[in-house]
Design a protein around this ligand. Sequence first.
Ligand code: NCD
Ligand code: ZN
Length: 344
Amino acid sequence: MNKLTLIRPDDWHLHVRNGDILKTVIAHTANQFARAIIMPNLNPPVLTVDQALVYRQEILQALPADSSFNPLMTLYLTSDLTQDEVKKAAESEFIHAIKLYPAGATTNSDSGVSDLKGIYPILETMEQVDLPLLIHGEVTNPDCDIFDREKVFIESSLNDIVKNFPDLRIVVEHVTTKEAVDFVLAASSKVAATITPQHLMFNRNAILAGGIRPHHYCLPIIKREHHRQALLEAATSGNPKFFLGTDSAPHLTGAKESSCGCAGCYSAYAAIELYTEVFDQAGALDKLEGFASFFGADFYNLPRNSKSITLQQQTWTVPATYQVNDKTITPLKAGEDLSWKLLG
Ligand code: NCD
Ligand code: ZN
């Protein structure tokens, strides 16, 4: 049996929700990862340091008793965020970043930012206190084709942000296009990106060919094959600008299998197995540990983990669903075979 041992990885982009869904999904993440950047797009969103600390307690309480998992909290950027709150966040050992959602770009982003220039004073403070900005990089203009929204955001907004705040650490979250990869490559070492498993595994046929597959629908939407190739090359290149962020985003099965299904793929149950399969198929298993366990920690100025995990090459079948009381979450690749399994 082929085995692979890695320093325990971290997930630098994760949705765990609250309430009953949190109780189901947090054990999956805690089984795989030492830490995760927790997205603040709850309903209502996490706007203040105090709210983030309350949410952190809820997450800790939902963890299995023996878990040492560490949730790294973020604030949701709105036009009401104050410079004092940014400074308070930077001083808190529990807050690690602020997340920018353009208003209406994705799930629970209604309170996001509609006037980017209006938040420049906040970005200036973040640059001064060295608190990272995490960006959902899509324009929300309804006239813009959904497959072009990331590329247009880079041209119309991201270029300007990076130019105006050269010392601000920025993560372009869940990059999905060659244009985004090229942008991050050309930018300074202050600019990095996360890459999800679904954007490495699939091109847009996975959403639409042979029928509509709602469990492959996420935002930014999965793009054409040449974009997938660019992401794969970036992830397996060993370049520390690219690191693991699952964007695992659980929704109840009924909310996805609907006439207007929610955006988000649930991958936390086997995130590291999914990435391992991708890196294995690309002949790049030697590049997995940097991507999954080192580069994100380095970017966030956090220590690398010291414990390790072991994966074994073994075929197993993904369950059709995971239970949330009397409802379910349907995982990415439900009912399909995976070729690696996390041991223990
Ligand atoms: C995320 C969610 O459901 O919270 N959905 C998604 O499709 N990725 C939000 C996000 O990260 O865009
Ligand atoms: Zn997300």
